[in-house]
Design a binder for this molecule. Structure first.
Ligand code: CUA
Length: 153
């Protein structure tokens, strides 16, 4: 093999290694992996399975909350939530029927919500305002109406 060929081959291999380690580091070490804790539950028994037997906002610390939400065609339970400014909220969500989306417009909160699985994601709300929670996975005839409100006061 020509010497220059080897050099360029090495450059290619090194670039690939650098790229894969950057992506791997972002995904695993700094927590940018897909938002799912892969907990499973029976989608037909959501109502009686904790924490979904008590959907809603629960305070767990100093301006820290857990928001338990159940998604079904075509709505969110609860569908209107108020939190104080600066609150850190862990969203814990599941679906009772089909695949829905959970996106909070204007934030990085965005999850695919699959029946039989529990998804969660944490976000800190530094700015006051009304946030729109919407379903961004096509789920049927009422998909475009599937939304909820989150108010940061
Ligand atoms: Cu639920 Cu689209």
């Amino acid at each position: 093999m020509h010497k220059l060929e080897k050099v360029w081959l090495m450059i290619g291999v090194m670039t690939l290694i650098a790229f894969l380690s950057t992506v791997g580091y972002q995904a695993f070490a700094s927590g940018h992996a897909p938002p799912s804790d892969l907990t499973k539950l029976d989608p037909e028994k959501v109502e009686e399975t904790p924490p979904f037997d008590e959907p809603g906002l629960h305070q767990i610390g100093d301006n820290e909350y857990e928001l338990i939400m159940v998604l079904q065609s075509f709505g969110f339970t609860p569908n209107k939530v108020e939190i104080p400014q600066g609150a850190t909220v862990k969203f814990i969500v599941t679906s009772v029927d089909v695949v829905h989306g959970f996106e909070i417009a204007g934030t990085r909160v965005n999850m695919m919500v699959t029946p039989g699985h529990v998804n969660s994601m944490t976000y800190k709300f530094n700015e006051k305002g009304e946030y729109l929670i919407l379903c961004n996975e096509y789920c049927g005839i009422g998909h475009h109406m599937m939304s909820a409100e989150l108010e940061v006061k």
